[in-house]
Ligand binder design. Structure first.
Ligand SMILES: [Zn+2]
Length: 264
């Protein structure tokens, strides 16, 4: 075998309602993977895992592009493709995490996948606890419109908190306001405190990646009478957001359901 040429045999393909990549919503749609019969026994016990990695081959991608602005925001500077999840790269291997809802013989039914119908699947691996780094240092690549950013924030919140409850939604909207003032919420110098429900605190911790120690960025005081978050960044200011109590706020403007107090 030469190092110049590596031969991969697809093990299956994606079954999705989306046929064209530009029609794929961010985060994907419900989908399945159909494994070829000769590989079916490789699925033995896969249903013991709630989440799996899917490696697929984006065969329509540009393999010559080495630098590009991020696809979610062309106003940002260029990055090398190895510093992005761009589909364009020398070997167009896509990596996705999906929730494995069930296995039906050689079919894996997934909550969501961002690969179009018939995409070749080259490998599947279980998502392990060891895969988690709670607060990694990452590039800050915000989408260029608020709806997109809110959807991304909502996805991350659900991935962390695992239920889309009212106070998760409140945490998302509060984190949106904080992000627009402070930028990247996973900032080792941004201190976060929550007074309110456990659901609000848990989701805010997941979105800000603020740990209790090393460095100490997070604190929580349980309360049933107030739902409030406080964000503090030296040199920038202090933001306090207090919920005014309405439900159905996802369509409302920030100031219609939050008291916003910013001091710099
Ligand atoms: Zn909850």
């Amino acid at each position: 075998m030469s190092l110049e040429n590596i031969c991969l045999n697809p093990v299956g393909h994606v079954v999705s309602s989306i046929k064209i990549s530009r029609e794929m919503p961010a985060g994907g749609v419900p989908a399945a993977i159909e494994i070829l019969p000769q590989y079916e026994s490789a699925l033995l016990r896969i249903e013991e895992n709630s989440h799996i990695w899917i490696l697929s081959w984006f065969h329509q991608s540009d393999r010559n592009k080495l630098v590009t602005p991020p696809g979610v925001n062309h106003d940002l500077p260029e990055y090398g493709v190895f510093a992005l999840r761009s589909a364009s790269r020398p070997n167009p291997i896509a990596i996705s995490i999906a929730k494995l809802l069930k296995r039906e013989g050689n079919r894996l039914i997934l909550d969501k996948l961002d690969a179009v119908d018939n995409t070749p699947v080259i490998d599947i691996k279980p998502y392990f606890e060891n895969d988690i780094i709670f607060s990694p240092r990452t590039s800050y690549i915000p989408g260029n419109n608020r709806e997109y950013r809110q959807n991304q924030m909502l996805r991350r919140a659900i991935a962390h908190h695992q239920e889309e409850c009212l106070h998760l939604q409140l945490a998302v909207r509060m984190a949106m306001v904080a992000e627009e003032i402070f930028g990247h919420l996973n900032n080792p110098d941004l201190n976060v405190s929550v007074r309110g429900s456990a659901c609000l605190a848990d989701t805010i911790q997941g979105l800000s990646r603020a740990r209790l120690a090393n460095p100490p960025r997070f604190s929580f005081v349980p309360s049933i009478t107030v739902q409030q978050t406080n964000w503090d960044l030296a040199d920038k200011g202090t933001l306090t957001l207090t919920w005014l109590g309405q439900s159905d706020f996802m369509e409302l403007a920030d100031e219609d359901f939050l008291n916003i107090d910013f001091e710099n």
